[in-house]
Design a protein. Sequence first.
Length: 296
Amino acid sequence: MTDNTVTKHPLTLLGLGDMGTALARTWLAAGHPLTVWNRTAAKAEALAAEGAAVAASPAEAVAANTLVVLCLLDDASVGSVLDGIDLTGKDLVDLTTGTPAEGRRRAAWAEARGARFVDGGIMGTPAMIGVPASGAYVFHSGSRALFDTHRAALQVPAGARFVGEDPGHAALFDMALLSGMYGLFAGISHAYALIEGEDIAPKELAPLLSEWLGAMGFFVGNAADRLTSGDFTTGVVSNLAMQVAGSGTLLRTAEEQGVSAELITPYLELMRRRLAADPVAHAGEDTVGAITLLKR
């Protein structure tokens, strides 16, 4: 199939921040008729030159097409921008960053107004949008019928992954992955802080740190298996008691190097609490058991 035979799907985009603009340019480059609106109208001028139709108001933009994509500041902005607009028969895809609860509430809100709804979580930065090799993709959850109808258009800027009909799941997957990312960033930051002032260049540590973290990637699958089975003891190589005992060395090293341990202390304390709760039962466990203490 050549590009000329692919149906060019018309759509509306509300919100032209850095991410919204990147999305818009990708759809325009792929030949999809696009109507845009932004609260600060000047941001739409460059897109108009690239072929976008610029709406004077959110209502005009929504009326232009069945598929309406939102990429706004927050969930409150979505409600404010769409307030009083007739959404009957519209398909709303909300790519605004939000929480699972916000996604579920917004889905109910949209459906009460006669619209189908899909929430989205973008896994990527604006620079990654429209670049197939970047690995960027978008989680989608909510109306499966909406997703199936518009999938061809939705996957133009980045890969489209449907993760269920619960509208909150796209945000939940999004936040789960970002939480893992920030935890990783915290450990990396602590590692670089330890060598600051020493005769060790950051670029000397970098390949070693990258290699080590890659080797430790097995923890992701290991944790999933143990949380699923509830078995925290079979096949353990480095048990909880040993890791808690060894954690003191990490803390003393940070103190000697004049580095705050605030980025790593929370996880070390979680392991200590798990062991202290029942030293006999938990000593031989994998550290995965500490995860069970996080649920309130």
